[in-house]
Design a binder for this molecule. Structure first.
Ligand code: ADP
Length: 488
């Protein structure tokens, strides 16, 4: 199977615009999940490497070439980085697909263009970061300054390695911060390449450092470091809880974009064909390894059978295959551990009495690689494990409901609150649903839409803080200072 990147050299820790071996000299293997083969070995960062990266990021804040840079020039550098990413999009997409198992279609046609537009959008913001003048009583004037928070630690997961890195790195740099980026141990390659491209774009040394390594080592060291002002984390809810604890000692700010069990709600008055297509891509896109995956498909009774049958049919037509092949639309699960986890949930669905209508098995093209068939369970009840826990795989749980109130009640019956979809032709019903659902993002008659100009993030156990959007970026990546001046 294609996908292995021939002759990719071992990669180091990226600090001060140069590659270094880890202080310990240790490396770890990164695998191609479509073949189970080692792509290359990567330096295993730990506390000394994180400290070195943070020192470099602190020095870069003081370096006039970054700390006092003309904001128009900062914008130009970020725009240049966007251009370099675009010029190297084929290579970056190959790294992403080899490392993660996602299809070439997703890496090259969806993720990479999004990464480029994210850097472009935030390049546009870089010279528009400013405070306000506030009218105050008496002979005084008051104004606010929006300053960079300092060194930002960005910790990202393996499902959208470069996209999610760009969601953090671009706004953090636009606001004048410096960054230490910790990619997931499963997928470090595209982030390391981003570090090189940032240097090529002209970002001064230390502005963007990349420390690959394990979460409990490099990740924990970054969160605990006293000179890191803010941790911007995307990952599982479980790890989010650990991070809050790790951060408590230094009282740094923490922004969390965590897991979900998002409802995709189909009312009987919907354009049912569009709803079925949206529900299928809402759970199967990205192998379901998507924090906002519409993993609970709630269907109003009159169209329930029709939706279940059509979803089963669509799932059966989504054969997993070589992620590098241009026509493949379902790639490999990121790792063997994740594959086992997904299969475990499928077993739980069967055991607890859900009706399996599609998939349900490991897919085995030639005995190699970590593939699973697109799976649909019907007649799921809200108490079942597969209706409650985030699976992070291509497994849909379909539940019937009888009216609007029950639909909303089921939609909100979860510890999570990341995203929600609603399908109806009734405009008032759509808005009533959008207002009543506990989710940070609501999609009406569509699903999985993202844009750098609008915010993304969750309620409840799906996290706090927002990604993307000018306002959210300003609040998260700057600190506000209020200045009083006597006019007497
Ligand atoms: P998943 O469960 O999807 O693999 P995680 O939430 O465990 O995702 O991982 C997301 C990111 O968090 C990865 O970069 C991982 O290395 C990192 N990480 C894991 N554990 C910790 C930790 N205790 N402290 C800091 N970072 C961590």
């Amino acid at each position: 199977m294609a996908g292995t990147i021939e002759g990719l050299p071992e990669t180091g820790v990226w600090i001060d615009n140069a590659s270094h071996p880890a202080a310990s000299g240790e490396t770890f293997a990164t695998l191609n999940p479509a073949t189970g083969e080692v792509i290359t070995r990567v330096a295993s960062g730990d506390e000394p490497d994180v400290s070195r990266a943070v020192d470099s990021a602190r020095a870069a804040l003081r370096n006039p070439a970054w700390g006092r840079i003309d904001p128009h020039e900062r914008a130009r550098l970020l725009w240049r980085l966007a251009e370099l990413i675009e010029e190297n999009a084929d290579e970056l997409a190959r790294l992403e697909t080899a490392d993660n198992g996602k299809t070439w279609f997703e890496s090259r046609k969806v993720d990479l263009p999004q990464v480029v537009s994210t850097f472009r959008y935030f390049a546009g913001m870089a010279d528009k970061v400013h405070g306000e003048t506030i009218p105050v009583p008496g002979p005084f004037m008051n104004y606010t300054r929006r300053e960079p928070v300092g060194v930002v630690g960005c910790i990202v997961p393996w499902n959208f390695p470069l996209s999610l890195a760009s969601w953090k790195v671009a706004p953090a740099l636009a606001c004048g911060n410096t960054v230490v980026l910790k990619p997931a141990e499963e997928t470090p390659l595209s982030a390391l390449r981003l570090g090189e491209l940032a240097a090529e774009a002209g970002l001064p040394p230390g502005v963007l450092n990349v420390v690959p390594g394990f979460g409990t080592k490099a990740g924990a060291a970054l969160v605990q470091h006293p000179d890191v002002a803010l941790i911007s984390f995307t990952g599982s809810t479980e790890t989010g809880r650990l991070i809050v604890r790790e951060a408590a000692g230094t009282l740094k700010q923490v922004s969390l974009e965590l897991g979900g069990k998002s409802p995709n709600v189909i009312f009987a008055d919907a354009d049912v064909g569009a709803a079925i297509r949206g529900a299928a891509s809402g759970i199967f896109y990205g192998k379901g390894e998507v924090c906002a995956a519409g993993s609970r498909i709630l269907v109003e009774r009159p169209v329930y059978d029709e939706v279940v049958d059509a979803l089963a049919e669509r799932a059966a037509s989504l054969t997993p295959g070589d992620p590098m092949a241009r026509e493949t639309r379902m790639g490999a699960i990121v790792s063997e551990t994740q594959l086992e986890r997904v299969l475990g949930y499928i077993d739980a669905g069967r055991r607890e009495g859900a009706r399996l209508v599609a998939g349900g098995r490991r897919h085995d093209p030639g005995g190699r690689g970590f593939f699973v068939d697109a799976t649909v369970f019907a007649d799921v009840t809200p108490e079942m494990t597969i209706a409650r826990e985030e699976i992070f795989g291509p497994v849909a749980a379909v539940l019937p409901f009888d009216d609007f109130e029950e639909g909303i009640e089921l939609a909100n019956r979860t510890i999570y609150g990341l995203a929600a979809g609603v399908w109806t032709r009734d405009v008032a019903k759509a808005h009533r649903f959008a207002a009543a659902v506990d989710a940070g993002v609501v999609w009406v008659n569509t699903y999985n839409r993202y844009d750098p100009a609008t915010s993304f993030g969750g309620f409840k156990a799906s996290g706090s803080g927002r990604e993307l959007g000018m306002k959210a970026a300003l609040e998260k990546y700057t600190r506000e200072k209020s200045v009083w001046v006597s006019l007497a």
